[in-house]
Design a protein around this ligand. Structure first.
Ligand code: G6P
Length: 612
């Protein structure tokens, strides 16, 4: 969702801004723009559509000239994607330019207030008011722009990361954030801002992670952070130890394929970070048996795929710990005055650590006294800074909008967490714990096995890619993986798809089954396989084309009822959720490719959903 970049230094800004925006494309956007100060004046280029249009318009950044600038990719919330609604927005006199990521909730009231003061609003966005407010306060005082910016953000309700250019000070720009991501990059003789690390990787490895209500003043030689009382803040430099190749396609056609192929490696890294000598330990999340015994409830809260990992967490944590577990979509949780308190543990799950609804659910839970454990992929993200305990998935940077490697790492962390809690509660013996650790350590090799012959999934996709509707069914943890399989297909192929618990089929979805409708049954749990077989038979009788994802051990049960069988290696229950979802990621990928979709950047979707 919206990305911002900024540059000041001796070089021409435009090519650097464009390169930065290119690295932020993965966040999702529908227009892009940049502004630079050249010869004391703002020069702006904006274009609806792909970044390439802006690159063409500026002849690859050959113009405008100028060595200080800000850039933006916009994911439309208020006002359609258009040149006018694109950022940067200028103040009325043209003195200030602003880029904004987030949502200004009181923008209509501010528009009315500004109109009264003689300001003319030209776009339909919630962001433009910020540029005019800055000008309003700047015109009425001799205050420095830092003071003006503090007054301005005091008027804003909502979330923002801002970059601000002032033509009267062509040597510096300002940035500030509240509940939207922002980092400041430390260069040598030049400095930068960005929404996210990939934009800065080719430029620097040293950054400041800006916190809410901190203002950064950035010149080519100097970076200074201030709090709202204008007191300077000292911050630790955060060193990024990613490999540049982590944010490159490395020969793959799409990031999504690269990231799926990386799954064995990142699963191994995640498991080996927490499994040692037949035991599981999470350095940043330590619980005692007494603390776990005192828990009344566990609440798992997340959005999108992370929510599906949460559904799996409900099954797995309840089964192993005996503690009641609720699972919630963050946007529903935060607005219903959730019944959480000091006796509860809230587990939030998020790849980015920035999803607005999950972040707010986390804050609300802490306000109510609950302990919050965050399962996150991005170190230093907003949720990492707010949670009591953290377990990182070691998936590395994920660029494709549709998550794959981060999701399987979330599922694996949950498996580890559930076993760890059960062990601490005395519900698992040393032997059972050691077996679980062995199973986890074998997971990368099993995942490799599933990924070995991609042509299987390609072949199935080539027969089934022109379906208009697909249905996914499963029971227990297979249901959780069905939810994810269905979402994966829907988000990148644009084919209508639903997942339902197999037992619910008869209460509605079965009325939609016609001749050749594809129904995918995920069935890896032996105790539920007979029931799944009956469900498959029910849809087959009504003409469905049936596919089952199952193990070699259960294969014979489905012969005759399943038209296609996706065979998983025989594996333990702790391994099967991850193994069963990988073929469905690949199937979704090939269906999307065959339909000519933009796999890494599906329409209307964003990687990091920083607005609610
Ligand atoms: C977006 C992404 C999904 C992701 C969801 C939650 O919708 O496209 O892939 O699952 O946000 O994001 P999070 O970063 O909190 O896991």
């Amino acid at each position: 969702m919206c990305g911002i970049v900024g540059y000041v230094g001796p070089r021409q800004a435009a090519p650097i801004l464009l390169a930065g925006l290119e690295k932020l494309e993965y966040r999702g956007y529908d227009s892009a723009g940049l502004a630079v100060i050249d010869d004391g004046k703002l020069q702006v280029a904006k274009a609806k559509g792909r970044l390439q249009t802006l690159i063409d318009q500026t002849e690859n950044g050959r113009h405008p000239a100028g060595s200080i600038g800000i850039g933006h990719t916009r994911w439309a919330t208020h006002g359609e994607p258009s040149d006018t609604n694109s950022h940067p927005h200028l103040s009325q006199s043209g003195r200030f330019a602003v880029v904004h990521n987030g949502i200004i909730e009181n923008y209509q009231a501010l528009q009315t207030w500004l109109a009264d003061k003689g300001f003319h609003i030209v776009s339909e966005t919630d962001s433009e008011v910020i540029a005019h407010l800055i000008e309003y306060y700047a015109e009425r005082s001799d205050d420095d722009l830092i003071d003006v910016l503090i007054k301005t953000i005091g008027r804003l309700d909502g979330s923002f990361a801002l970059g601000v250019l002032d033509t009267k000070r062509p040597d510096r720009f300002l940035a500030v954030r509240k509940a939207s991501p922002l980092i400041v990059g430390i260069g040598s003789g030049e400095n930068y801002i960005a929404s996210d690390i990939p934009a800065l990787l080719p430029l620097t490895r040293d950054v400041y992670l800006v916190d809410d209500n901190e203002i950064a003043e950035i010149t080519a030689a100097h970076i200074q952070l201030f709090n709202l009382d204008q007191e300077p803040i000292e911050k630790d430099v955060y060193h990024i130890d990613w490999d540049v190749s982590a944010a490159e396609k490395g020969g793959y056609e799409h990031f999504m394929m690269k990231e799926m192929a990386e799954q064995p490696r990142v699963l191994g890294e995640t498991v080996r970070s927490y499994v040692h000598g037949g035991q599981i330990a999470f350095g940043l999340a330590e619980f005692s048996a007494a603390e776990l015994k005192a828990l009344r409830h566990i609440h798992v809260v997340a959005c999108g795929s992370a929510y599906h990992a949460g559904v799996y967490a409900k099954y797995e944590l309840e089964r192993l710990t005996g503690i009641p577990v609720n699972v919630d979509i963050a946007s529903e949780f935060r607005y219903r005055n959730p019944l959480v308190g000091p006796d509860d543990l809230v587990i939030v799950i998020s790849q980015s650590g920035e999803t607005a609804d999950t972040l707010e659910a986390l804050k609300e839970s802490r306000r109510k006294g609950a302990r919050v454990l965050a399962i996150l992929n991005v170190i230093g993200s907003s949720m990492a800074r707010e949670a009591d305990d953290i377990i990182y998935t070691i998936a590395g940077p994920e660029i494709a909008v549709a998550t794959t490697k981060a999701f399987v790492c979330q599922v694996t962390v949950i498996t580890m967490l559930a076993h760890h809690f059960a062990y601490l509660l005395g519900r698992l013996s040393d032997r059972e714990m050691a077996d679980c650790c062995d199973e986890l350590l074998q997971l990368p090799a099993l995942a490799e096995n599933v990924l070995q012959d991609m042509s299987l999934y390609q072949e199935m996709a080539s027969r089934l890619y022109n379906q208009t509707d697909m249905y996914f069914i499963g029971r227990s943890s297979d249901f959780a993986m069905s939810l994810e399989a269905s979402l994966k297909l829907k988000e990148i192929s644009y084919i209508h798809s639903e997942a339902c618990p197999a037992g619910e089929l008869k209460h509605g979805p079965i009325s939609l089954i016609e001749k050749n409708t594809l129904v995918v049954a995920m069935s890896t749990e032996a105790r539920l396989a007979e029931k799944m077989k009956s469900n498959i038979a029910e849809v087959k009788t009504r003409g469905a084309h049936t596919m089952v994802v199952t193990t070699r051990a259960l294969q014979s049960l489905f012969q005759g009822v399943a038209d296609d069988i996706v065979l998983l290696p025989d594996a333990r229950p702790s391994q099967l959720p991850v193994l069963s979802v990988i073929p469905m990621q690949l199937f979704a990928y090939y269906v999307a490719v065959l339909n000519g979709r933009d796999v890494d950047k599906p329409r209307n979707l964003a990687k990091s959903v920083t607005v609610e």
